[in-house]
Design a protein around this ligand. Structure first.
Ligand code: BUJ
Length: 626
């Protein structure tokens, strides 16, 4: 997810800067942007048809829908127009959350080797997480800021200027200087929260009074109070002792591991959850749902990044509660990562949390290695025992079989290109993100011989209750450039090819900025469709157009993030024939972590990606394509 983040060190509290509401774009602009995104994907006849449909929509049913959406938005100043439709998109989806929605972010190791043993790392990260929770509760968490021009915005002058403004106008002060405080409303669901499966539409549950941590080991559930009634955190050595107790106690797998149920499609899971409640498991489920978060102490040591990705993305199923807002996973060798449920919030909120806990746990670790925890009375820690009847047991078995079958098919592939990175591209006056996206476009064209639908996630957290907007990396410019690099290699001079790259970079940069400021077309059209469906109107032709469906069959689903705390990240493909591409353009290299169900095609894609990046390098260094 694209965004530049900085945390403020001098602002007094979380809500000092209140963001503006995400604006509803003008319908005329949305249609223009939609058609621009459609153009490279369609032949002339198809495009003419789609253009006609879009123009009719703009003048007819779309205009009415838009007017009603704007009206609705005006009456609901407390939130953004995308909030409800986007929650519905997630909560009504019936596919399993694992692989289809939950992404992961894994952390770098603690730089001090000895702090990476499983229990020490887990204890330190848990303590730092609870400190984060406490600073949130007490509104001490500094606002996140999105800078359009990071250099100026970080000057002392700017900081003082903003700090002195009263809360009511500080957003405008920041806005004047191109620095946008990010919406922090998602944080209320970071802790003590769970997604609850319900028939046709799930619910989000939060109970801020929960003071216990949920710990999973070998498929067993443990809870213990980590906060006292005044919000004081349990002494770190006691936390350490509880974790050691759990590791010893959960020495074998349960016959029926309940966790598999959270990997089921949502209606199946909703029905089994009802059975669980009826069988007398309500208290236990309450404890899971309201726990501050879920700590998974895994019993494996991934041998490489591919194994690590599998572990963080889906694991072996029995040691995760995928419905929890997030799970902190620590493997046997102390590697840490976060797997998060996506409906409540986005990458920006989770990344902030990851950054803070990484920094705090490495700079101010709560315990040191080889410290001996106090002798523990096991009574502080409760192991949850579930009543499982035959029907629930068979549901668990069925869930397990499906889960294993799906995971079996998922390939994860790492890719590294070491010949250039951000520094080189910036010197070339190019947007590193644009160059990576262009390389993907060329790659897809080289591999499939056609232009395919692509998606880059972009945060709109600069607005109150903003979520994400889609950047559509496929444009007429990237199409021309892909044709030139793949089929017309000898037809163009190096200067012409270079010029094409420049144009693609400029255009992509524009799309990025527009998306970050809520001026894309995807969310607007989505909200109009949502409104139409929720009123039971006949479906407007625009949404029935096969071109609209094709545009939303995302073959390349991409997202990027960068942070010194992050080692890796990833997510599954969003369609059976697509790829999930988590990437980053580092200072001196380009890396991505890709997933897909079509293993051979995924490998082929990465081979072609290497060719595309080599071609781009040749042209940037003035060499003709051979
Ligand atoms: O678009 C949205 O609304 C949300 C998206 C959905 N989707 C993932 C399908 C695009 N969600 C996000 O963008 C959150 C993703 C969080 C994980 C991002 C992973 C980035 C990996 C960077 C590091 C890769 C380094 C590889 C080195 C070999």
């Amino acid at each position: 997810m694209i965004l530049w983040l900085h945390y403020w060190t001098q602002w007094p509290n979380t809500q000092h800067l209140q963001s503006e509401i995400l604006p509803v774009p003008k319908l005329k602009d949305t249609v223009k942007r939609y058609l621009a995104a459609q153009k490279p994907l369609l032949d002339d006849d198809q495009y003419r048809n789609t253009e006609r449909i879009a123009r009719e929509f703009e003048k007819g049913v779309g205009r009415k829908l838009h007017r009603d959406l704007v009206e609705f938005d005006k009456k609901n100043k407390h939130t953004s127009y995308i909030t409800d439709p986007w929650f519905d998109m997630y909560l009504c989806a019936r596919d399993p959350v694992v692989l289809n929605f939950n992404p992961f972010i894994s952390l770098n190791p603690d730089p001090k080797e000895a702090y990476n043993s499983q229990v020490v790392r887990a204890t330190n990260l848990v303590v730092s997480s609870i400190k984060f929770l406490n600073s949130l509760k007490n509104e001490f968490l500094r606002p996140d800021i999105y800078y359009v021009n990071p250099k100026w915005s970080q000057s002392r002058l700017f900081k003082n200027f903003i700090r002195l403004l009263p809360t009511s106008v500080s957003w405008y002060g920041a806005y004047m200087v191109n620095a946008y405080p990010l919406d922090m409303s998602q944080y209320k669901r970071l802790f003590n929260s769970s997604r609850i499966p319900k028939l046709n539409k799930d619910e989000l549950f939060t109970n801020e009074r929960g003071r216990h941590l949920l710990v999973m080991r070998n498929g067993h559930f443990y809870v213990f109070d980590i906060l006292d009634a005044d919000g004081n955190i349990l002494h770190p050595s006691e936390i350490q002792a509880q974790l050691i107790y759990i590791l010893q106690d959960a020495d074998r797998l349960p016959e029926f591991a309940l966790c598999y149920l959270t990997t089921e499609d949502r209606n199946t899971w909703a029905a089994v959850r009802q059975q669980l409640l009826e069988a007398g498991n309500e208290d236990n489920l309450q404890k899971i749902d309201s726990a501050v978060f879920c700590l998974c102490l895994d019993n494996i040591s991934p041998k490489n990044d591919t194994e690590l990705s599998h572990c963080m993305l889906h694991g072996r199923g029995f040691n995760r509660w995928f419905d929890k807002s997030f799970s902190l996973i620590i493997t046997s060798d102390g590697t840490a990562g976060v797997n998060f449920e996506h409906s409540w919030g986005d990458g920006v909120a989770v990344l902030r949390f990851v950054n803070e806990v990484y920094r705090n746990s490495t700079r101010h670790p709560a315990i040191v290695p080889h410290s001996s925890p106090p002798a523990l009375s096991a009574t502080n820690c409760e192991r949850l025992e579930f009543k499982l009847n035959d029907s629930i047991q068979s549901a668990i078995n069925a869930a397990r079989m499906k889960f294993e079958e799906t995971n079996e098919k998922l390939s994860v592939r790492m890719f590294e290109f070491r010949k250039f990175g951000k520094e080189f591209l910036v010197k070339q006056k190019l947007s590193p993100d644009a160059v990576f996206q262009l390389a993907c476009q060329m790659t897809a064209y080289r591999q499939f011989g056609k232009i395919i639908s692509s998606y880059e996630a972009c945060s709109t957290a600069a607005f109150k209750h903003g979520r994400t907007e889609t950047i559509r990396p496929t444009s007429i410019l990237t199409k021309q450039c892909s044709h030139a690099f793949v089929e017309g290699r000898s037809k163009h001079s190096v200067a012409e090819l270079r010029n094409m790259i420049d144009e693609c970079s400029k255009y992509h940069r524009r799309l990025q900025l527009e998306a970050a400021f809520g001026k894309g077309f995807d969310r607007h059209l989505f909200a109009l469709k949502h409104l139409s469906v929720s009123r039971g109107d006949p479906m407007p032709e625009l949404f029935l157009d096969s071109a609209y469906q094709k545009l939303n069959h995302i073959i390349l689903s991409t997202s990027t993030l960068h942070s010194p705390a992050v080692h890796l990240g990833g997510f599954g493909p969003v369609v059976p024939d697509g790829f999930g591409i988590g990437y980053n353009v580092f200072d001196t290299w380009v890396g991505c972590n890709t997933t897909g169900y079509l293993n051979r095609e995924l490998q082929e894609f990465l081979k072609c990606l290497e060719c595309s990046l080599n071609d781009i390098l040749d042209v940037l260094e003035g060499r003709p394509l051979v």
